[in-house]
Write a protein that binds this ligand. Structure first.
Ligand SMILES: C[S@@+](CC[C@H](N)C(=O)[O-])C[C@H]1O[C@@H](n2cnc3c(N)ncnc32)[C@H](O)[C@@H]1O
Length: 480
């Protein structure tokens, strides 16, 4: 099911004269594509003016229709290929060009991996000012990809609506609130697709009213399905506008008997006029409050609302790399900043003396403590709060980490945290990042006292433009 929707750019009848650019909205142009940007759009020029062309690949000549112009660059959509790249492949997904969840399905997978490695290199050079070639260059390893890069997502979040009087669920059509019905997503675990399709059919059969986003009427807003890939346990979450569900017993009984692997049926109530999926109230309708999964040897309890990495196979690859870079032997004190539900912390606790995890969301820390208990881990301590406040406090308390691991959100580390790391000077910093540009910016700051030894890109989200990285930094021994 659709994971993301394409950025919606509003209608823009800007005349080319207004901005003094060589193209106008609605015009079809021929463009030679020289590169791919971080969102997977082709980059080309028309009379020196940069156009980002959705659907085009580096090395291609294409026809494209301009749909948005700005002063220095514009956006276009490919309408036909004039000269194709040898790396072009036929996207297997039938709704690929309408969904927007994936942006790279038309590029052969090996080339996607090379592209992601290049994106990391470009950011390190352009934003970080690091050499990436020749003597003294940072080693950026080839991206670690999946042997089978399909059906990897363990969570589907599907908006429900109405089309011609029928209940539908799938993804939002571009620049609209109407939902295109879809029962299969090729990057989604098959069990989740089947669970959502079954729930849609059951809900329609029981005449449960789908949500109308514009009028803010109806009951069923979203169907969420989650699977613990290692345990096969499935959770179905019904997100509704109201607490009362008509024919509730029949609904639960049908889901319980028709959804394969289901061990948990949960209702979340979201009465607000918002595009945020979940509301505050969650009730278990049948079965367990949680499903379980394993990453490596660590068992995790996953509730309806808890954050859990969506590609568990590649998460294990990423965490093993983190463990390798930390290089713990059993004597180390490690700080895990931005620890979420303690996934990295619990991985590290196996090999370290003590792990301190900090995270801003209280519910995530409650999950981290519960997961520590579940795994009998006694050498991990979790604290709620901003990393940039809690870690300086730990410093004052005399905690001296040998290694600090950071895994911040896309905006990167807070400046105050980087300053604290430079003051604490652990022997190593391991930086896990989902955004190469903020990674490059922060590494540049840390390079004052650290050698950036190597960067390992990991493909957590095949067929999308995203890339995750794990970087090893070692203190340069300079006390100044
Ligand atoms: C990319 S996630 C990493 C989660 C975890 N390491 C994992 O692998 O599942 C970033 C986490 O940072 C948390 N966060 C955001 N800002 C924070 C801050 N200032 N201090 C501590 N945690 C923060 C978010 O809530 C989120 O859980």
């Amino acid at each position: 099911m659709a994971k993301t929707t394409k950025k919606r750019r509003g209608p823009q009848p800007t005349a080319k004269a207004e901005l003094n650019v060589p193209v106008r909205v609605g015009q079809t142009v021929e463009v030679e594509i020289t590169g791919l940007n971080h969102e997977g759009a082709g980059v080309g020029r028309v009379e020196g003016y940069t156009l980002f062309v959705e659907g085009a690949l580096a090395g291609e000549k294409v026809h494209a229709r301009v749909d948005h112009v700005k002063k220095n660059f514009g956006f276009a959509k490919m309408t036909s290929v004039v000269e194709a790249s040898t790396y072009r492949s036929m996207p297997p997904c039938p709704v690929y060009d309408r969904c927007g969840g994936c942006s790279l399905q038309h590029l052969v997978y090996e080339e996607q991996l090379r592209h992601k490695q290049q994106i990391v290199r470009d950011n390190l050079r352009r934003i970080g000012g690091f050499p990436v070639e020749g003597e003294g260059a940072i080693t950026v390893h080839p991206t670690l990809g999946m042997t089978d890069p399909w059906r990897y997502r363990n969570k589907a979040q599907v908006p429900i609506g109405e089309e011609n009087g029928a209940l539908v669920g799938g993804f939002y059509a571009e620049k609209s609130h109407s939902i295109i019905d879809m029962d299969e997503c090729l990057i989604q675990h098959k069990a989740n697709d089947e669970a959502v399709a079954a729930v849609k059919k059951i809900a329609a059969g029981l005449n449960i009213q789908p949500y109308d986003e514009v009028r803010h009427t109806g009951l069923l807003r979203h169907v969420v399905a989650k699977i613990g890939v290692q345990t096969g346990e499935v959770m179905v979450v019904l997100v509704t506008t109201e607490e009362t569900i008509p024919r509730l017993e029949e609904l639960v009984e049908a889901i319980r008997t028709q959804v394969s692997g289901v061990t948990s049926i949960v209702q979340n109530v979201n009465p607000d006029k918002t595009n945020v999926i979940f509301g505050k109230k969650t009730v278990t309708l049948w079965g367990s409050d949680v499903i379980y999964d394993y990453i490596g040897p660590i068992k995790f309890a996953i509730s309806a609302r808890s954050f859990y990495q969506v590609n568990p196979a590649q998460t294990e690859v990423l965490y093993n790399k983190t463990l390798e870079y930390v290089g713990a032997t059993g004597t180390e004190t490690v700080i895990d900043a931005y620890c979420g539900i303690g996934t990295i912390s619990l991985f590290l606790a196996q090999k370290s003396k003590h792990v301190y995890g900090v995270e801003i969301v209280p519910e995530a820390i409650a999950d981290a403590n519960r997961n520590a208990e579940l795994n009998g881990v006694e050498n991990a301590t979790f604290e709620t709060g901003p990393a940039e406040v809690v870690i300086p406090a730990w410093k004052e308390q005399g905690i001296r980490p040998d290694v600090i691991v950071v895994d911040p959100p896309r905006k990167g580390c807070d400046e105050a945290l980087l300053a604290t790391i430079l003051e604490m000077r652990p022997q190593k910093v391991v930086y896990v990042s989902c955004n190469p540009s903020t990674l490059a910016r922060d590494l540049k700051v840390l390079a004052e006292a650290y050698e950036v030894c190597e960067v390992q890109p990991v493909d957590m989200f095949p067929h999308t433009g995203h890339v995750e990285c794990c970087s090893l930094l070692v203190w340069n021994g300079n006390n100044e």
